[in-house]
Design a binder for this molecule. Structure first.
Ligand code: MG
Ligand code: MG
Length: 248
């Protein structure tokens, strides 16, 4: 069932989203060559707790980190570790914060120091594809409109769309119905209603769209080991558009 959020629920989702966005802004200044991904995880944990929230991903299905940290060819669900960020890497940070039982979910891919032109373009266009998808959202639009816009934009710019992982509804569970794929046809899928809250999260690759999972049982990587980027916002569907809940 797809839930329509009450004003009270929207208020908590707005606060959870705000904490999620603030955690990104806080972490961003530490993303430099020489820092370990577990240090970023510890910083995020402390920050989220200090805001009166809890990290949504910690122990989710047994996930061991507070955030997901995915480097270069890692698409999503990278486990924080002693691995050190290097100049020229790109790093996707996925953050969820739970406030009074409601979640915010937002991912962003950051350059580590100076990165290649190619990686710069990947980040630029993946973020743009998120905004293209979001621009379709309003009461009466279809889920397929979002995916169609993301995919058309990606293809137009020579990037491939990961299809195994999709966006989702957000509420008192971090992953709720409906699925929000980054591909699709206009006018297809469920119709959006005001009061729905969804996470739109394109994952675009420089090379092949194919992905596989590492032996750790979590980390999703590209099959051809080329880079991947991930940008995500949680938004509220409104009568004439959308409101970004995970503002940064
Ligand atoms: Mg996320
Ligand atoms: Mg998500």
């Amino acid at each position: 069932m797809i839930s329509i959020k009450s004003p009270r629920e929207i208020d908590f989702l707005r606060q959870a989203g705000e904490i999620t966005g603030k955690t990104h802004i806080y972490l961003q200044k530490f993303i430099k060559p020489g820092i370990s991904t577990e240090k970023l995880d510890a910083l995020a944990y402390a920050f989220i707790i200090s805001e009166g929230a809890t990290p949504s991903f910690l122990n989710y299905d047994g996930f061991p980190g507070s955030i997901c940290v995915s480097i270069n060819d890692e698409v999503v669900h990278g486990i924080p570790s002693s691995r050190i960020l290097k100049e020229g890497d790109i790093v996707s940070i996925d953050i969820g914060a739970c406030y009074h039982g409601y979640h915010g979910d937002s991912a962003w891919t950051y350059p580590v120091g100076k990165v290649s032109k190619e990686k710069e373009m990947l980040l630029y266009h993946t973020e743009k594809s998120l905004w293209e998808g979001l621009s379709q959202i309003k009461e009466g639009a279809y889920i397929g409109d979002i995916g169609n816009a993301v995919e058309s934009y990606a293809v137009e710019h020579g990037l491939s769309v990961v299809k195994e992982l999709v966006g989702h509804g957000v509420g008192s569970n971090i992953h709720e119905e409906p699925d929000v794929p980054n591909y699709g046809r206009k006018g297809m899928g469920i119709k959006l209603k005001k009061g729905m809250v969804i996470a739109v999260e394109p994952m675009l690759n420089l090379g092949t769209a194919d992905v596989c999972i590492l032996e750790d049982g979590w980390t999703i990587v590209t099959e051809d080991e080329r880079e991947s980027a991930h940008f995500e916002h949680t938004v509220l569907v409104t009568e004439n558009g959308y409101e970004v809940l995970t503002k940064r």
